[in-house]
Design a protein around this ligand. Structure first.
Ligand SMILES: *Cc1c(COP(=O)(O)O)cnc(C)c1O
Ligand SMILES: [Zn+2]
Length: 415
């Protein structure tokens, strides 16, 4: 049973029923899902959650009503790994990785899509759509395929080949737009007006979509033994994941499921698309749009819808936002893989490189418990590493050739 009561405007507080609506009639502010936490208090308990399914839907009480059953490929309940070897490299006392590479289509987007399409089905839609930097298209196409819906996913045409293939394999319509994500998004806002019977996960269904990211916070808290970490590093594209991770921790606190204080959240962006990091560093109130140019394509949103709310959260809680080069991103994909056996896409490299940067400049406290969200699998962005991650040596199939090569590349203790 869901404690969601409907939608509420984040700017003026006007409330609406739980329908396919995403902006306020009075002030055009964004809408979000509201909950009756007073009713949930004491009913929703650690024990009631622990009795739920081993998926993100164990937190269904704090998600929008999915109707009869959620649209679910098994998103969420991903491992929270203690990362002592990486922590030692970075000089951190206690580091955990929230390993969201392990979702059905390899990124955290499966969480938001599971919620968006569940709400869409409950509201009577039967076509799924989205504007995407790649991962969302894959997740929407996969979840739509699983329930027999057609899908229309719209992406920049110059995305990584691996991402385009992953979106296309599920059989939906994939439109490649000659432009960047911000062009794609603008087009989708126009398409929503023309195709009111299409459920655009992150446009007309956006309030429901966004709620899925809260489950990252819920899982982190539960997997730490019902405890909030001190600090969490979150990658930022539109800023939706960041703001909803904050909302998730604050709902758990309000319900008494964890003790305070809430964790301090830190952002992670690539310098080639860093509108939030730039506004934060400059002390600006508005986020100035940028034209993205970075290998971190999944984070390449130059005009982030939730940017102002991210800035508010960063400033209110003493956070910071990293801004890292593509070289640092590649280096940290390797560092994470070598130290922890976790293979992340570029967004994960941005997150680890940002973590390292914020430790170095003294804004992230290395003595405190820290969680880094690794939001997508490395197989999604193979293109950026295939030329550098190669065989150590190419040899003839003979023992002597192998021994000669091994003498050059001897592994410690392997002789
Ligand atoms: C979409 C995405 C994000 C962040 O998205 P928001 O728009 O900020 O919610 C982070 N990592 C990956 C891999 C993504 O695909
Ligand atoms: Zn309003």
């Amino acid at each position: 049973m869901s404690f969601a009561t409907g939608l509420i405007c984040r700017e003026c507080g006007t409330t609406y029923p739980a329908e396919a609506r995403y902006s306020c009639d009075f002030c055009f502010g964004p809408l979000e899902v509201a909950y009756d936490l007073v009713a949930a208090r004491g009913v929703l308990t650690r024990a009631s959650i622990e009795a739920g399914p081993l998926s993100m839907w164990r937190y269904g009480a704090l998600l929008p009503d999915p109707g009869e059953a959620p649209v679910d490929l098994g998103a969420g309940w991903t491992p929270l790994r203690r990362a002592d070897r990486l922590a030692e490299e970075l000089g951190l006392a206690e580091l955990w990785l929230k390993d969201d590479t392990r979702n059905p289509t390899g990124s955290f987007k499966d969480r938001v899509v599971s919620v968006a399409l569940s709400s869409a089905r409950r509201l009577g839609f039967s076509t799924a759509a989205c504007a995407s930097t790649g991962n969302l298209a894959t997740s929407v196409a996969a979840h739509a395929a699983a329930i027999g819906w057609p899908s229309v996913t719209i992406i920049p045409s110059d995305l990584e080949k691996s991402k385009i293939a992953m979106a296309a394999i599920f059989g939906g319509t994939v439109l490649g737009v000659e432009g960047n994500y911000d062009d794609v998004n603008r087009l989708c806002v126009e398409l929503v007006a023309e195709h009111e019977d299409w459920a655009f996960a992150n446009v007309n269904l956006r309030p429901y979509y966004a709620e899925g990211s809260k489950t990252l916070a819920f899982e982190i808290a539960e997997q730490l033994g019902w405890r909030a970490p001190d600090q969490v590093v979150v990658p930022i594209a539109s800023g939706s994941q960041f703001t909803k991770v904050a909302k998730g921790f604050s709902q758990f606190l309000e319900l008494g499921l964890i003790e305070g204080p809430a964790p301090v959240l830190f952002g992670a962006q690539a310098t080639g698309c860093s509108p939030v990091a730039t506004a934060f560093a400059e002390g600006a109130d508005v986020v100035t749009p940028q034209r993205p140019h970075t290998i971190a394509r999944s984070l390449a949103i130059g005009n982030p819808a939730d940017g102002p709310y991210v800035l508010d959260e960063l400033r209110a809680r003493g956070g910071d936002c990293g801004s890292v080069s593509d070289e640092e991103t590649l280096e940290c994909i390797g560092l994470l893989a070598r130290t922890e056996g976790v293979f992340a896409e570029t967004a994960g490299g941005v997150t680890i490189a940002s973590l390292r940067q914020m430790i170095r400049r003294g804004t992230l406290d290395p003595s405190k418990s820290t969680v880094a969200i690794i939001s997508g699998h490395g197989l999604k962005t193979l293109d950026v590493i295939v030329d550098t991650a190669t065989v150590s040596a190419t040899i003839a199939p003979t023992l002597s050739a192998a021994e000669a090569a091994l003498a050059e590349f001897t592994l410690a203790g392997a002789s």
